[in-house]
Structures are given as structure tokens and as C-alpha cells.
Design a protein around this ligand. Structure first.
Ligand code: ATP
Ligand code: MN
Length: 468
């Protein structure tokens, strides 16, 4: 074959250089046609759109063309011509074809369209080759770039917090332990407790559930930082919104108080959504047509809304009124209860029909580090609640007072000896500060219209699921 520099299909489709010879490489979506002429729809992942390769059957013969089936990978030189068909500008009249790899139709799983998402999860190694997952993973990339751009443009520093940690501050029992000990021969002390002194770190260690505590240390030096990395929760919650391994974005800002924190969260989410519409419209249009007919409408709707700011106490009142008017919830509802997703979604979808930032939660149901309000009952927490998702962001203003922080930690049974370094920030040059955590995959659920979080991360980790 003549060596010609490859052009990505996304560029081929935009090209007006009709008559020139181009090279494309990609995976066959379909081959159809007649005895005289075949049409190959070729996709190389650079765009949701395929380029059409027009093949004169006589030139190659049926035998050569036979293995060019769905899933096969080919290399094509051909003349770029203006397309006769509707909906595409350019197509390629094949001059040379090389088959890189075949995909036997008898065993290649992605034959027909309309496979269920459940089935596609079982072939997660191949599902990026479908239109839907190609679109989702391109959008995922663009959202990551949006996040970095948003913070970078605002003078935040990308700060890397550790994945392995020895402090368990967000509640025990949810963490994955990290050990090099021989599990077949565990040494225990007289009381039957495991002796970690000979373990790799000389103490019990786990995968992080949040980079926040270390993020706060950085904010107290660099002013404004964000983390963006993998996060692990061993909670056995088999829901469409929880993963055992997910990615979290956590900005932390010195001198910000709760109101500025809320504004940052609102601006940030809107920026990401606008970025998606600006940079991923082809993919979003595809998802809008195939998955969720209201997707684009919903994205534009959220951009236009000022998010409602509401206290937990007012939220409970609205929910109790709903119950009085005949609405039923599965989970208990009273002042002091942790809100379930059904409660959050009622506020957002039924009552306000708009994203809601709920603030000032009872201190018992929130983390020890949240700033205590003067009422003695609530803390300056803020959860951003979204249509179809529920909680997308959880954040707070942090308690900057050393005495209040340590007292509250004790009250909540937090082992403060492991986080002496965290408490130190309140001893040396403490300052008001605030931050939040956005679940990256929850944002992706919203932007793609997908309904199961397993479908917006390439290789989901959930209870009993660690294939690929
Ligand atoms: P939820 O109540 O939905 O379980 P959470 O309150 O435990 O979430 P936070 O500790 O506030 O979560 O974490 C911050 C954000 O991280 C959440 O708002 C959510 O977007 C995301 N998140 C939390 N847990 C998970 C998970 N298991 N899988 C995916 N995203 C998660
Ligand atoms: Mn939360």
C-alpha cells in the first residue's frame, strides 16, 4: 500500500479537499451493498460519525471483501469525494484496502444494534466500540479538561493527595484495607487484635475515601487548590449512583465562607455543562436521540436557573407538607434524619423543579470538621442536589477553631491522634476556609443522561464486580 499520512475521520468529514487521496484507519461498523458496489461505515473513535467507504466489488472480488465484517479493523487509501447521501459531506472512494484484523461474526459479540446496557457491562472490554459508549467516554475526557480549565483559569492549583492513607476520619467500615501481610498467617496480640507493626506501613492503612483533609493543608498554604483523583468506598451500596472506585473533584479555598462556597459550586457545575454543550454537541445530540429525549433541554434548563438555596430545616418542612398532602416516602422523615435520595429528588424535581443547595444540616449526620453554627444544632454543610441524580456535590465551610474542632471530633468518636497534622492547621495560622467534593461520575450521569453510574466509568468496580 502507498504510505499516506493518516487522517482522523473527524477531520476527513470536515475536509473539502475533494479529489485528493486520504488514508483512514478504523473499525468497521457495517458493510452493506450490492453485487457491484459495497458501502463500509468506518469509525476510528475520533467522532461519533462514521465515514462511508465506497468499494467497487469487481476491483477486489467478493472473497477479499468477505472478512470485512462488523468489528474488523481496516486501513484504507482512497479518493475523498463529495457525498451523494444525505447527512454527510465527504466519503471515500476506496483505492487500496488492507485488513488489519478480522472479527469473526460467529464470535464477535457486538453484532446487532440495541444490546442492553447490562449485557454491554459484561463485555466492558468491547463496549467503547459502540456509539453510546464512544460518546460517553469522549464526553468523560472533555469533562476532565473542563474541570482543569475551570480551576486553572481561576488560579487554583492542582494538588495531588495520597491514595493510601492511615487516617479513617469519614466513618469506619467503609474503607478498603491496604496490606502486605500474609492473610493465611495473621499475627494477633493477647487480646486477639491484629498486630500491624510488621505491616508495610507499620500501622493499619487503607485506600482514601476523600482527599479533603490533605487538601485543606494545601489550601492553608497555596490559597486555593483542587484535587481530582480516584476515591474508594467499600460501602456495600448496590445503587445506580454508587461505585466502590470513583473519581472525585475537591476544591478547597482559604478565606471562602459558605456563601462563596455555594457560588463556586454553582459556577463550577454550570461551566462544566456549558463546556459539554460547546465541545461535545455531536455526542450529546446522539445521546439525546438515543437515550434521553430531554437531555439537551435539561442541560440548557440548568444553565438558566439560579440554584435554590435552602436550609435543611426548611427542606424538612416542605417534605413534611408533602407527606401531609398525601405523598409517601419509603424512608423515615423527621428533623435530624439523613435525607434519602427520594427526599432530595422530591425537593428538586417535584417542589422547586430546579437544582437546590441544601445547607445547615444537623451536626449529628455530618462530618466532624464542618463549621458549627451558633444554634448549637447545625453545621455549615452544603449539598448540591440535582434533577435525576440527587446529591452531586457535598461540601461545607470548615471549622477553623481548634477547641471547637477537637471537642466535636471527640463527641463524634473520631480518632484524633491519627490526624494531629490536620488539627495543627488550626493551631498555626488558622483561617476560615471552605470546600466541596463533586463526584465526577455523578456529573457525567447528568451530562450524558445515563441512569446507571456503571455506564459512565470505563471499568466499574462495584460489589462482586472487578472484571477487566
Ligand atoms: P451519598 O449520600 O450519595 O452516598 P456521600 O454523602 O456519602 O454521598 P460525600 O462523602 O459527600 O458523599 O462525597 C462527595 C461526593 O462524592 C458526593 O456528593 C457524590 O457526588 C460523590 N460520591 C460519594 N460516594 C460515591 C460513590 N460511592 N460513588 C460515586 N460517587 C460518590
Ligand atoms: Mn455528602
Amino acid at each position: 500500500m502507498e504510505a499516506i499520512k493518516r487522517t482522523k475521520i473527524v477531520d476527513v468529514l470536515k475536509s473539502k479537499a475533494f479529489g485528493t487521496t486520504v488514508n483512514v484507519k478504523g473499525w468497521v461498523r457495517t458493510r452493506r451493498g450490492s453485487k457491484q458496489v459495497n458501502f463500509i461505515a468506518l469509525n476510528d473513535g475520533s467522532t461519533i460519525h462514521n465515514v462511508q467507504i465506497v468499494v467497487d466489488v469487481d476491483t477486489w472480488g467478493e472473497e477479499f471483501l468477505k472478512p470485512i465484517t462488523t468489528g474488523a479493523c481496516i486501513n484504507v487509501n482512497g479518493t475523498l469525494v463529495e457525498s451523494q447521501g444525505q447527512g454527510q459531506d465527504a466519503e471515500i472512494q476506496a483505492k487500496e484496502i488492507q485488513i488489519y484484523g478480522t472479527a469473526d461474526p460467529a464470535t464477535y459479540p457486538l453484532q446487532k444494534k440495541g444490546h442492553s446496557f447490562e449485557f454491554l457491562r459484561e463485555i466492558a472490554h468491547l463496549r467503547p466500540r459502540t456509539n453510546t459508549f464512544g460518546a460517553i467516554f469522549r464526553i468523560r475526557h472533555h469533562m476532565a479538561i473542563a474541570i482543569h480549565t475551570f480551576f486553572h483559569d481561576r488560579g487554583f492549583f492542582y494538588f495531588h493527595t495520597p491514595v493510601i492513607t492511615a487516617s479513617d476520619c469519614e466513618g469506619a467500615g467503609q474503607m478498603f484495607q491496604v496490606t502486605t501481610m500474609n492473610l493465611y498467617d495473621l499475627k494477633k496480640d493477647e487480646k486477639g487484635s491484629i498486630d500491624y507493626t510488621n505491616d508495610f506501613f507499620g500501622k493499619q492503612a487503607s485506600l482514601t475515601v476523600s482527599g479533603q483533609l490533605e487538601g485543606e493543608l494545601a489550601a492553608m498554604a497555596l490559597g486555593a487548590i483542587y484535587t481530582f483523583g480516584p476515591t474508594f468506598r467499600a460501602e456495600n451500596s448496590n445503587t445506580p449512583r454508587h461505585l466502590a472506585e470513583f473519581w472525585m473533584v475537591e476544591p478547597e479555598v482559604a478565606f471562602n465562607e459558605i456563601a462563596e462556597n455555594m457560588q463556586l459550586a454553582e459556577d463550577f457545575i454550570k461551566y462544566c455543562i456549558q463546556w459539554a454543550l460547546n465541545n461535545c454537541l455531536d455526542d450529546i445530540r446522539f445521546l439525546n436521540n438515543m437515550i434521553d429525549k430531554e437531555l439537551i433541554e435539561r442541560l440548557n434548563f440548568v444553565l438558566k436557573q439560579d440554584f435554590i438555596r435552602l436550609s435543611y430545616t426548611e427542606g424538612i418542612k416542605i417534605l413534611e407538607e408533602a407527606v401531609a398532602n398525601g405523598h409517601t416516602f419509603e424512608f423515615p422523615l423527621f428533623w435530624g434524619a439523613d435525607l434519602a435520595s427520594e427526599h432530595e429528588r422530591y425537593l428538586v424535581e417535584n417542589h422547586f423543579k430546579c437544582p437546590v443547595i441544601l445547607t445547615d444540616y444537623p451536626k449529628e449526620i455530618k462530618s466532624f470538621y464542618m463549621k458549627q453554627n451558633d444554634d448549637g444544632k447545625t453545621v455549615r454543610a452544603m449539598d448540591v442536589l440535582f434533577p435525576k441524580i440527587g446529591e452531586i456535590i457535598g461540601g461545607s465551610q470548615r471549622e477553623e477553631d481548634y477547641d471547637k474542632l477537637s471537642a466535636h471530633a471527640k463527641e463524634m468518636g473520631v480518632p484524633t491522634k491519627d490526624i494531629w497534622w490536620y488539627l495543627d492547621t488550626r493551631r498555626f495560622g488558622t483561617a476560615p476556609h471552605a470546600g466541596f467534593g463533586l463526584g465526577f461520575e455523578r456529573l457525567l450521569l447528568f451530562v450524558t443522561g445515563m441512569t446507571n453510574i456503571r455506564d459512565v466509568i470505563p471499568f466499574p468496580r462495584t460489589p462482586n464486580n472487578c472484571e477487566f
